[in-house]
Ligand binder design. Sequence first.
Ligand code: AQP
Length: 340
Amino acid sequence: MIETNSRTILSGVQPSGDLHIGNYLGAIKNFVKMQNDFKCFFCVVDLHAITVKQNPELLSRNTLEVVATYIASGINPEKSVIFNQSSVSAHAELSWIFNCVTRMGWLSRMTQFKDKAGKDRENASSGLFIYPNLMAADILLYKATHVPVGNDQKQHLELTRDIAQKFNRDFNCEKFFPIPEPIIEDNTSRIMSLKDGNQKMSKSDLSDNSRISMTDETDSIVKKIKKAKTADVNMPSTMNEILKLSEINNLLNIYSGFSGKEKKILINEYQGKNFSKFKEDLSEILVDVINPISSEIKKLMQDQKFLKRIMLEGTNKANQVAKKTINDVYDIVGLIRNET
Ligand code: AQP
């Protein structure tokens, strides 16, 4: 029987397109670091992905590619549980129960729904509106104590905490669900588009030049960084000036995230210089880290049997924990589960 312990992590990535350096720096790189200190569940959140229209063939392929990216980036399936959300039916079951716990007002305040639904809210799926309840189910099913996420998910995590508290209070079962803590890295929790320093880097951005994918080839990385927006100035010398120039701040965050060098040190190194040398060096660092991961992703994608086996093993382990929680929840809520 797999045990969750006092320090359990659940996090996930949507198979909604090619993973980019924002997903890597904001999430996956941190997942890798945490494997030694936490019991980790890393999920491919395919049910979240279908809250907006997906091509079914691509969805399956992207699901395998997220698993390949996890492994190629250093997540060890022997240590961490890797699985896809739709294979563990308790996610959907618990999310229904949370649909009945969460208040409409709470969901109405979620900024990601407003951003993703845009002006055509009437036409957005109801799944997109209740998405945070499914995310709360993902986390609480494993009684996760910590959730490493990018800054864009902070509000959803706060909602998860509210749901856990309300459930525990409403059903008089104090401490049944833990109140999970977010783990959000400072500079890399919100990597911005290479074309617009005020827009988040995103898989679904129509422009491929807005992001660097984890499967991009050297030429493409160099070209995209060359084209990345900067400003009509040389590299400023103070953090205050940098913070006013969102595109430059973003490139420095990327540089720092990939090189491990502090931003202060990078500013000292490049201050007063134009951006061509900075961009050359940044491309080199990106290529050094991305190339081996990208080759490994491509190699793993040739062996889909292996990827499916990893997912099956992960699903079995996840199910052991998830079944126990959902059965307890049914009892607490007063639902009779007739099972042979
Ligand atoms: N730009 C980003 N900077 C830092 N972290 C990011 N994350 C996403 N974008 C950035 C983090 O990556 C994890 C997985 O994200 P997701 O796949 O669940 O969905 P998302 O946040 O909606 O990411 P995208 O790329 O913008 O996808 P689409 O375009 O499909 O909506 C999360 O931890 C997220 O915080």
